[in-house]
Design a protein. Structure first.
Length: 444
């Protein structure tokens, strides 16, 4: 069987070859990959240029990631199951020795929260097959470098009995983008053919306010649009926890004391704030790859996570003259999600006449990471959160066609990306509100 699969079938694994992909597949990595290039000129000016090389080996975690098996994802529509639970302090335990880590900022307090996320991924392997055939490995190689920069303003509306009863979050800025640098062996010489694709994204959430209100009967926070209405489906996937409240033990702890965090709360650590609802500006294969979750909308991949999150209290540390408690985190997480709709939402021009129809797109992620939360003991809130880790992203795409003999055949493509990621969240006191009002306030 001829397995020279046409480039029209490119799956999540980069049809980034559009014009070049007519080259027959050969042994993979016949030529070295190009280096990660600087971020596109179309990126927002607030974004620093990407490094010209991948992260140093010394920066990478020593643990190794492994591909994971597909997990069938059943998405629940019941918001309370996906919402974080507010941590209720056990007063009996709180009265013992140790530090009490609780989330209870003063009513009326305002905070400016900024988040930066970076992913650096190597294209480890692309495997193509027809039906149940043995298949071949593609010779395409390269790297992806993606970024997110987000900013929110939050106002604490009400506090009672050591619990935040309400707050309003304004989505000030949400931007994302990245660059793919790829190489394919040349059929006429030793020098590889190279190509670059970029993507920049914005979000419909910018400028909107969301009110979070504590619902005692559900032991979680309800969500409503404030001032400007937005899509109701957005509210379902917005996550309440931007203070890493999910990491708190609920009682006083001493140095080196350890506790487990429910794996269902992993979105607070890997994608603080939940979905960003990014919309790519481009309609090319890299934009599609980014959108389905490779360095992009990470929260969408965390519908049914497995693994563990372990927290350890490291004791006190003085930060900028403030007495803070430090929580160390270790995460080992696996998850999978159906991303067929996201994949199908972007159709590169090179695939306009493709006869095959998309039948499946599943994205799996396997990551291990270590991080740290710096908790202001007096102000009763997080001040900083940082996380670094390694990840393996596996994308499986299937397309089907019916031939002239009325027999159907299915092309399968499995792409594996491996690399590192970093998350950095800063929670600072907000400056005085602008003339048009603070988040959630009605204008006269």
């Amino acid at each position: 069987m001829d397995l020279r699969i046409p480039s029209a079938f490119s799956g999540v694994a980069f049809v980034l070859l559009a014009a070049c992909a007519a080259h027959p597949s050969a042994a993979r990595k016949a030529a070295p990959p190009t280096e990660i290039a600087a971020a596109s000129a179309t990126e927002p000016t607030v974004v620093a240029a990407e490094p010209t090389v991948a992260p140093a080996e010394s920066e990478k975690p020593v643990v190794a990631a492994r591909p994971v098996a597909p997990v069938e994802v059943a998405r629940s529509e019941a918001a309370p199951k996906e919402e974080p639970r507010a941590v209720a302090v056990d007063t009996a335990k709180a009265s013992t020795a140790g530090d009490l880590l609780e989330w209870c900022p003063a009513s009326g307090a305002m905070f400016r929260k900024t988040l930066e996320v970076r992913h650096y991924l190597d294209l480890a392997n692309i495997h193509k097959s027809i039906d149940q055939g043995v298949g071949i490995d593609d010779s395409l190689s390269g790297q992806l470098a993606t970024w997110e920069q987000l900013a929110w303003t939050e106002r604490i509306d009400a506090v009672a009995d050591g619990r935040v009863l309400g707050l309003v979050r304004r989505y000030d800025d949400l931007a994302s983008g990245g660059t793919a640098d790829l190489a394919l062996p040349s059929p006429t010489g030793p020098r590889p053919r190279t190509m670059k694709q970029t993507d920049t994204c914005t979000s419909a959430l910018i400028g909107h306010d969301v009110r979070f209100t504590w619902v005692p009967s559900e032991q979680s926070y309800g969500r409503l649009w404030e001032k400007l209405d937005g899509p109701e489906e957005f509210l379902r996937d917005i996550d309440f926890d931007l203070d890493l409240v999910s990491a708190l033990p609920g009682h006083a702890v001493e140095a080196e004391q350890t506790w487990e965090i429910p794996i269902e709360r992993v979105v607070a650590f890997l994608s603080p704030g939940g979905n960003r609802f990014f919309e790519p500006r481009n309609q090319d294969p890299f934009a599609r790859t980014h959108r389905v979750g490779a360095g992009g909308e990470f929260a969408a991949l965390l519908r049914a996570p497995t693994g563990q999150i372990t927290a350890t209290y490291r004791g006190r540390r003085t930060v900028e003259g403030l007495e803070c408690g430090v929580i160390a985190l270790h995460l080992e997480v696996r998850s999978s999600a159906d991303r067929m709709s996201a994949f199908d939402s972007i159709k590169p021009p090179a695939e306009a006449t493709e006869p095959r129809q998309l039948t499946a797109c599943t994205v799996e992620v396997d990551c291990k990471a270590n991080g740290e939360i710096v908790w202001d003991l007096e102000a009763k809130r997080a001040r900083h959160y940082g996380l670094e880790g390694i990840e393996t992203v596996t994308m499986r795409v299937s397309k089907q066609a019916v031939g002239a003999d009325d027999k159907a055949s299915t092309l399968h493509e499995v792409t594996r990306l491996e690399g590192t990621f970093k998350v950095d969240l800063v929670n600072a006191d907000a400056p005085p509100p602008p003339a048009d009002g603070t988040p959630g306030e009605k204008k006269n």
